[in-house]
Write a protein that binds this ligand. Structure first.
Ligand code: FAD
Length: 303
């Protein structure tokens, strides 16, 4: 792995604590934490990974991830260090590299008087992670505005999918399902529309205020821990089971918003997983509803 990274001159760190790169502030060391400087280097690295077969993981902003306490014995490829370019075209299409933060895309849209991205501007993920998850909030989802996605397939060939072919569903996409581990998202184009800058700004501020009001932003977390079960709200079910404030080790069901498990004090990955298991059991027993995690456990990928 070291030889590969050195040969390609990809900047990397060794034994890099994943807790420094996940919003949960949890996770042991990554043996190699690679930070490609541009798309060409990312593609070369992925080709090298494909031929040498080390375990790898592609990481965006780490805001939906639970990283193992024992760390990651392979190469974590970070997109957020340098693959952050965003260009707004006159036709209202915004072309974004996969490591650009959704907040940055939101600000670019605002600067260009483009409306349609307001719902996503407060989601603390990257474009790659957002497309992979079909991130959404306040009635919008990335699927509504995705024009096309460029990605590397399992053979390291460059492919382009139209938004309508990305099989977007609730917190899911073809990249998370059929192409899981076999697709590296390089960039995405979002179709927005001309709008009024003051109105766009007002909507963004209003949604940011809603987040501050409802979400436990003073604690590290990975956002909603569980998906919304059909016909229910996970947070309401958890609250009705009296689980607000319920703790395992340093992990706690937020007292402010029962849909969030937070790292209240030095939580480990094990604490969070056990807490999630206990919450699932209680909700199933008392409410008859099976909760499904939205947060993803980081597992090695092989290509
Ligand atoms: C406080 C808080 C609030 C949140 N609010 C919301 C919300 O309102 N709505 C919502 O949907 N989510 C929300 N989230 C969750 C999270 O921000 C989203 O799921 C986001 O889309 C994850 O993006 P990321 O870049 O952080 O991905 P990561 O956590 O880094 O990765 C998530 C998955 O995407 C994959 N991935 C990342 N980049 C690529 C790529 N380039 N190619 C292929 N696969 C890739 C990773 O391998 C991983 O499997 C919230 C999280 C927090 C902490």
């Amino acid at each position: 792995m070291k030889k590969l990274l050195d040969r390609l001159q990809v900047p990397y760190r060794t034994n890099e604590p994943l807790s420094a790169h996940t919003s949960f502030r949890i996770g042991g060391p990554a043996r190699f934490f690679a930070q490609p400087e541009n798309e060409q280097q990312l593609v070369a690295l992925m080709k090298g990974i494909r031929s040498e077969k080390p375990p790898f993981f592609i990481m965006g902003n780490g805001s939906n991830l639970l990283a193992p306490d024992e760390g990651f014995d392979g190469i974590v490829v970070s997109t957020c260090t340098a693959l952050c370019g965003v260009k707004a075209g006159e036709d209202g299409v915004v072309n974004c590299q996969s490591g650009a933060l959704l907040s940055f895309v939101g600000n670019k849209a605002l600067e260009n008087g483009l409306s349609g991205f307001e719902f996503a501007s407060g989601i603390p993920g990257s474009v790659g992670g957002g497309v992979y998850m079909n991130a959404g909030a306040y009635g919008g989802e990335l699927k509504d505005i995705t024009e096309e996605v460029r990605y590397l397939d399992g053979n390291m060939e460059l492919k382009v999918l139209k938004g309508s072919d990305c099989e977007f569903g609730y917190r899911s996409s073809v990249f998370k399902e059929a192409l899981k581990g076999k697709s590296i998202i390089l960039s995405a184009k979002f179709r927005l529309r001309q709008g009024d800058m003051r109105e766009i700004k007002a909507v963004m501020s209003e949604l940011a205020e809603k987040r501050r009001e409802k979400q436990p932003l003073n604690f590290p977390s990975a956002g909603s821990t569980f998906k919304r079960p059909q016909g229910y709200f996970a947070a309401a079910l958890i609250d009705q089971c009296g689980l607000k404030g319920f703790k395992v080790g340093g992990a706690m069901v937020s007292e402010k918003h029962a849909g969030f498990v937070v790292n209240a004090a030095g939580a480990t990955c094990r604490d969070v997983l056990e807490l999630m298991e206990r919450v699932k059991e209680r909700v199933l027993r008392e409410k008859g509803v099976e909760l499904e995690p939205e947060v993803e456990l980081m597992r090695p990928l092989y290509i």
